[in-house]
Design a protein around this ligand. Structure first.
Ligand SMILES: Cc1cc2nc3c(=O)[nH]c(=O)nc-3n(C[C@H](O)[C@H](O)[C@H](O)COP(=O)(O)OP(=O)(O)OC[C@H]3O[C@@H](n4cnc5c(N)ncnc54)[C@H](O)[C@@H]3O)c2cc1C
Length: 484
C-alpha cells in the first residue's frame, strides 16, 4: 500500500491525532531504553481502545505490513525497536484501570497503565502489586508482561509471570483471544499465558491484562550492610539464603555504583567495596527473629557497618539510592551499556571475579548493581562513544560477560529480554532444535511473522552491515548529512 494511502486508512481508524507521520516526530520513537540501535518507523499510531488496536493490526495483516507494539519504551534489549517500513503501535493512550476487585485480589488494566499506578490504586485497601522493576514509575504493564519483568522484590514474590492471571490479546491477523484464567485461579487447556508472558511482543498485542495483587505485609524491616568487597557481600547472601531465610529482597551495589549514586541522589551510603540492601517482610514475630539472624550473618561475613532503617523515610532513602543506580551512571561516564545475565547464586562470587578480570583486560570500568538473591547480574559497562572503538569494545566486553554467565550454568538474560540486542547470542545457549520449537510456537501465533519480526531469533545480516551499537556515518559526524 502506498504510504499516503496507509496514512489515510490509519487516520480513518484512529482519527488525525492518532497517527504520527512527520519524520521529525517519528524520530522520537527510533529506539527504546537501549539507544545503541535506532530505526525510524514508517508510521506511529496511538490507539485508545482494543478495537482500534484490532483494526490497525487487521489492516497491517491485510497489507503485509510488519508492526511492533511499544509501551513506555524503557526496555533495555531493543524489544520495541521499530522495524523499517513498519508501523509502531504505541499503547500509551490505553491507560485505564478498568476494574479493582479486592475480594478476588484482582485488578484489570489496559496495557499502557504504569506499573506503580496499580499499587497506588489499591494501597488504601491494604494491597499492592508485587513486581517492581526499577523503572516502575514509568514502565507499562504491557511492557512488563512482554518482558516478564522482574524487580527487587521478585526474589520472594516471583516475576511478572506469577502475577498475571489473564490477558486479552490481539493476534497478528487481527483476531482477539482471551488467554489465562482471568479472575479464576486457573484455566483448563494449554498454558498459553505462560508462553505469552515474556514473548517480547512477538506473539500478539495485549489489550487488557488481569493482575493478581497481594496483601501488604504486617511488618517490613530493611537494613544496609557495608563490606570490603563483593566477595564478602556474596558470602553474606549465601549465608542468609542458606539459613532458610527468603528475604523480600537482597540487592548488591559495588564501589563504583555507590560512587555514582552518591554523586547524584546522595543517599548517604557508607564508603565500601560493596553494600547489600536486605529487606524482610511478613508477620511481625517471624520478621523480628529472622532479622536478627540476617544481622548475625552479615557480621559473620565481616560487615564493616550495618544500618537498620529506623522508619519508612530511611527505608525509602535506601531504595531511592538503589533504584537511581542506572540513571546515576551518567555522572561518572559519558555512556554505558547495561548487561543483564543470570547465574546460580552459588556462582556469583566466581562470576564477579571474572567480570573484574574482563574489565581489566578490556581497559573499561564495569559497575555492578544487581538482584543478588536471584543471581541476576546487571554489569554496567562504562565507555565513551566519542572515543573511536570504545563502543565496540564495550559491546564485546558485555558479550564476554554473557558467555561467562553461560559457562557457569546461567542464562543470557535475567529480566531485560533478548530483543534486538541479544538475538546474536541465542545459538550460544540453545540448539537449533530448541530454536525450531520456539519458532513453531511463534508461527502458530503469527504464521506470516509480521508481529515484531527480527527480534529474539538471530537473522542473517545484510551484506556489509556492521552488527553492534549505533555507528554514526563519517559524513553525519562531519555535520554534512542527517541520519542515513
Ligand atoms: C532505569 C531502568 C531500570 C530498569 N529496571 C528494570 C528492572 O529492575 N527489572 C526489569 O525487569 N526491567 C527493568 N528495566 C527494563 C524495562 O523497564 C522493562 O523491560 C519494562 O518491562 C519495559 O516496559 P515498557 O512499557 O517500557 O516496554 P517497552 O520498552 O515499550 O517494550 C518492551 C517490549 O514489550 C513489548 N510490548 C509493549 N507493550 C506490549 C503489549 N501491550 N503487548 C505485547 N507486547 C508489548 C514491546 O514490543 C517490546 O518487545 C529497566 C529499564 C530502565 C530504563
Amino acid at each position: 500500500m502506498e504510504r499516503s494511502r496507509l496514512i489515510g486508512a490509519m487516520q480513518e481508524i484512529l482519527g488525525p491525532d492518532g497517527v504520527i507521520h512527520e519524520r521529525e516526530q517519528l524520530r522520537t520513537y527510533e529506539c527504546d531504553g537501549l539507544m545503541n540501535y535506532r530505526v525510524i518507523p514508517d508510521l506511529v499510531v496511538l490507539p485508545e481502545s482494543a478495537e482500534q488496536v484490532q483494526n490497525v493490526v487487521r489492516l497491517c495483516y491485510e497489507e503485509g505490513i510488519p508492526f511492533v507494539a511499544r509501551g513506555s519504551g524503557t526496555g533495555l534489549s531493543g524489544g520495541a525497536l521499530p522495524v523499517e517500513a513498519g508501523v509502531l503501535i504505541v499503547m500509551a493512550r490505553m491507560r485505564k484501570i478498568l476494574e479493582v476487585d479486592i475480594p478476588n485480589q484482582r485488578v484489570v488494566v489496559e496495557p499502557g497503565v504504569i506499573n506503580i499506578w496499580v499499587s497506588q490504586e489499591v494501597a488504601d485497601d491494604g494491597y499492592y502489586y508485587a513486581p517492581d522493576p526499577a523503572s516502575q514509575i514509568v514502565s507499562s504493564i504491557g511492557g512488563n508482561l512482554a518482558e516478564n519483568s522482574g524487580g527487587v522484590h521478585c526474589l520472594k514474590y516471583g516475576f511478572t509471570t506469577n502475577h498475571v492471571t489473564g490477558a486479552e490479546v490481539v493476534l497478528a491477523d487481527g483476531s482477539v483471544v482471551h488467554i489465562g484464567g482471568g479472575k479464576a485461579p486457573d484455566a483448563p487447556g494449554y498454558e498459553l499465558l505462560g508462553a505469552f508472558v515474556g514473548s517480547e511482543g512477538t506473539l500478539g498485542i495485549a489489550t487488557k491484562i488481569t493482575l493478581r495483587i497481594v496483601r501488604k505485609p504486617e511488618s517490613v524491616r530493611t537494613l544496609l550492610a557495608a563490606f570490603k568487597d563483593t566477595e564478602e557481600a556474596g558470602g553474606a547472601v549465601s549465608g542468609i539464603i542458606g539459613a532458610g531465610i527468603v528475604p523480600a529482597a537482597i540487592e548488591m551495589m559495588d564501589a563504583l555504583t555507590i560512587e555514582a549514586v552518591e554523586t547524584t541522589v546522595a543517599p548517604g551510603f557508607p564508603e565500601a567495596g560493596a553494600i547489600l540492601i536486605v529487606e524482610l517482610d511478613g508477620p511481625e514475630a517471624e520478621v523480628a527473629s529472622q532479622f536478627d539472624k540476617v544481622i548475625e550473618t552479615c557480621e559473620a561475613n565481616s560487615a564493616s557497618e550495618i544500618r537498620v532503617a529506623e522508619d519508612d523515610e530511611e527505608r525509602a532513602l535506601f531504595w531511592k539510592g538503589r533504584k537511581a543506580a542506572f540513571g546515576a551512571m551518567g555522572s561518572i561516564s559519558n555512556d554505558y551499556y547495561v548487561q543483564d545475565g543470570v547465574v546460580p547464586r552459588t556462582e556469583l562470587g566466581t562470576v564477579l571475579k571474572k567480570i573484574s578480570a574482563l574489565s581489566e583486560e578490556y581497559g573499561l570500568r564495569v559497575a555492578n548493581v544487581f538482584h543478588a538473591g536471584d543471581g541476576n547480574l546487571h554489569p554496567l559497562v562504562l565507555y565513551d562513544n566519542d572515543v573511536e572503538g570504545e563502543a565496540e569494545r564495550a559491546e564485546s566486553l558485555a558479550g564476554d560477560i554473557v558467555f561467562t554467565c553461560l559457562e557457569h550454568g546461567g542464562s543470557l538474560t535475567g529480566e531485560h529480554g533478548i530483543g534486538e540486542d541479544k538475538k546474536k547470542y541465542m545459538p550460544k545457549m540453545f540448539t537449533s532444535d530448541d530454536m525450531n520449537v520456539m519458532q513453531l510456537l511463534r508461527c502458530a501465533f503469527d504464521p506470516h511473522q509480521i508481529c515484531n519480526p527480527g527480534k529474539i531469533f538471530p537473522t542473517p545480516r545484510l551484506c556489509g552491515e556492521r552488527p553492534g551499537p549505533f555507528h554514526m556515518h563519517p559524513i553525519q559526524k562531519a555535520g554534512l548529512a542527517e541520519n542515513f
